[in-house]
Write a protein of this length. Structure first.
Length: 148
C-alpha cells in the first residue's frame, strides 16, 4: 500500500545554489540578505578600482549592500553568458539612478563556482564611465564625486 504522506515529503531539501538564473533573479529584485546563501566561506570579490579584494561572505555582502544603498534602484540584466568548467562569464547591462539622473552601462562578472557556491567573482566595468554617470567613485561607494 502507498504512503499517506505527500510525494514532496520524500524529496530532499535543496540547498541554495548559484546559477545564471539565480544571478538574474537576484539583480531583478536585489536583496543583500539573499547573498550569503550562495557564497562559499572563502569567497573573494574583486571590484575594479579597489587595491585589495573583498574576502569572506560578510565583507562581500557588505560591499553589495553599500552599492545598493548608493543606487537603490540598481538592476542588472543578463545580456549574454557562457560557462567554461567552474567559470561563468556574464555580460550585464546596469540600469540605475545616480546623482545626475538615470543611467545605463555594461560590465562583466566572471564567477567561479565550486559545489554550487560562489568562491570568486571578478567584476569588470569602466570605472570612469561609472563615476561620470553615477556621480560616485566606483572604488569607494560612500564617496560622492563633486561636479567640476
Amino acid at each position: 500500500m502507498g504512503s499517506d504522506r505527500p510525494a514532496t515529503a520524500n524529496r530532499e531539501r535543496r540547498e541554495p545554489s548559484w546559477s545564471i538564473d539565480s544571478f538574474a533573479a537576484f539583480w531583478d529584485r536585489p536583496d543583500p540578505a539573499m547573498v550569503p546563501a550562495v557564497l562559499g566561506p572563502d569567497v573573494v570579490g574583486r571590484w575594479p578600482g579597489e587595491d585589495e579584494p573583498v574576502r569572506g561572505p560578510d565583507a562581500y555582502t557588505a560591499r553589495l549592500a553599500r552599492l545598493l544603498e548608493l543606487l537603490p534602484d540598481l538592476r542588472l540584466d543578463v545580456a549574454e553568458s557562457a560557462t567554461d568548467g567552474e567559470h561563468t562569464f556574464i555580460r550585464w547591462v546596469m540600469r540605475a539612478t545616480g546623482l545626475h539622473g538615470p543611467f545605463e552601462m555594461t560590465g562583466i562578472d566572471r564567477v567561479r563556482v565550486r559545489d554550487g557556491l560562489v568562491v570568486e567573482n571578478v567584476i569588470v566595468y569602466d570605472t570612469a564611465s561609472f563615476e561620470r554617470l553615477s556621480g560616485h567613485a566606483s572604488y569607494d561607494p560612500d564617496h560622492r564625486l563633486h561636479d567640476g
